[in-house]
Design a protein around this ligand. Structure first.
Ligand SMILES: [Zn+2]
Length: 365
């Protein structure tokens, strides 16, 4: 294994939050060999501070980029809308994929394996294409057709299975490459942290961030980013983070007070396809962070998601249904807080417009 100096112990370590075990930063292990918890990457904050906090990630780690990040933040009354769907492949997952695939390139991994409901698979496929690395993506067959087509268009090998959870299991069992699944990959979360920095640097005052939670990468990335900004003396405290889940897929209601918006009896959301995950390796970490910064979790049903989606499109915002769940939750949350509420609009709705195009198909498929 070729060790890149920018991943050396002076700047970064892979660490278990529970038992403190440290691993080499280019290790293919994503979980602690002692207690099984997914690992985090730990950056040397002194080095970040020395560079004037221009990013919470050391720039030299980003070997692969498609221009992700620095997304617009727009005003909408009580809400600040962070347009994460404007990232290169149409979701915030590009931020995580940039660092994940950068690490894969630094470690000379030839084939990477990911499991995804769509967006993370698209991001992994695109950044792998950029890096010249082979990607194999496991996804549920009922993911939106536009998302599955994009994974293939970027040249990744797509393997569909019945459910999102089965995709996760199949990817873990595939030993013919290095598993870099975003649900456990430490550097994926590192890539997300700058959303927190961008919000703080925007100069806009806000009190709460509503955060969609499936595997928890955005939630943990924001939490870690805000925590580091507190440690760096840039802000006084981590803002309130309100997790948002889809009806029938709530994991956090076991740990937090739960508010349901239009969840019908026994409903399992169909619309919020990006939130339909039940195997969550980082659940204990999310629950622990939420215990500090989240007064409650909001679960949202398809009826409320549909109504919010109509409202967002009427504002000119082409977002995917899971974003509408977050906006519906934000409207509820705004009643409990006096300050402004940040709403990350995480994924593009353009992937949902099924337009088989003979000319494009000829070249891409
Ligand atoms: Zn451990």
């Amino acid at each position: 294994m070729r060790i890149s100096t920018s991943y050396g112990r002076r700047t970064y370590a892979l660490k278990c939050w529970r038992c403190g075990l440290e691993l080499d930063t280019l290790s293919t292990n994503h979980t602690c060999s002692r207690c099984g918890e997914p690992l985090f990457a730990e950056v040397n904050l002194g080095e970040i501070s020395r560079r004037g906090i221009e990013s919470l990630v050391l720039r030299e780690l980003k070997k692969v980029t498609l221009g992700e990040g620095r997304t617009p933040l727009i005003d909408h009354g009580r809400f600040l809308l962070k347009l994460e769907f404007l990232n290169p492949t149409g979701s915030f997952k590009d931020r995580g994929a940039a660092l994940t695939i950068s690490r894969a390139l630094a470690a000379s991994w030839r084939t990477v394996i990911e499991d995804s409901s769509g967006n993370a698979g698209i991001a992994t496929a695109a950044y792998s294409a950029r890096a010249g690395i082979k990607a194999r993506i496991y996804a549920p067959a009922d993911a939106p057709a536009g998302k599955l087509r994009l994974i293939k268009a970027f040249g990744a090998e797509l393997r569909t299975v019945k459910t999102r959870d089965e995709a996760h299991k199949a990817a873990l069992e595939d030993r013919s490459g290095v598993y870099v699944g975003h649900v456990v990959e430490p550097f994926f979360i590192e890539g997300i942290k700058d959303v927190a920095l961008e919000l703080v640097k925007s100069g806009s005052e806000f009190e709460v961030v509503v955060v969609p939670v499936a595997s928890g990468t955005l939630f943990l990335g924001l939490y870690k980013g805000f925590k580091e900004l507190v440690e760096l003396g840039h802000i006084d405290e981590v803002p309130t983070l309100i997790p948002v889940e889809a009806c029938g897929y709530s994991k956090l209601s076991r740990y937090l007070k739960s508010v349901s918006l239009a969840c019908a009896e026994g409903e399992r959301s169909v619309l919020a396809d990006a939130l339909r995950l039940t195997i969550v390796p980082r659940l204990q970490q999310i629950a622990r962070a939420a215990g500090e910064v989240s007064p409650y979790v909001v679960t949202v049903g398809d009826e409320a998601i549909g109504e919010s989606m109509r409202e967002l499109y009427s504002m000119g915002l082409p977002v995917e249904p899971s974003c509408a769940a977050v906006y519906a939750a934000a409207k509820y949350v705004a009643r409990d807080f006096s300050g402004r509420v940040v709403v990350p609009l995480t994924g593009s709705g353009l992937k949902y417009v099924p337009v088989p195009n003979e000319l494009i198909d000829k070249y891409l498929f």
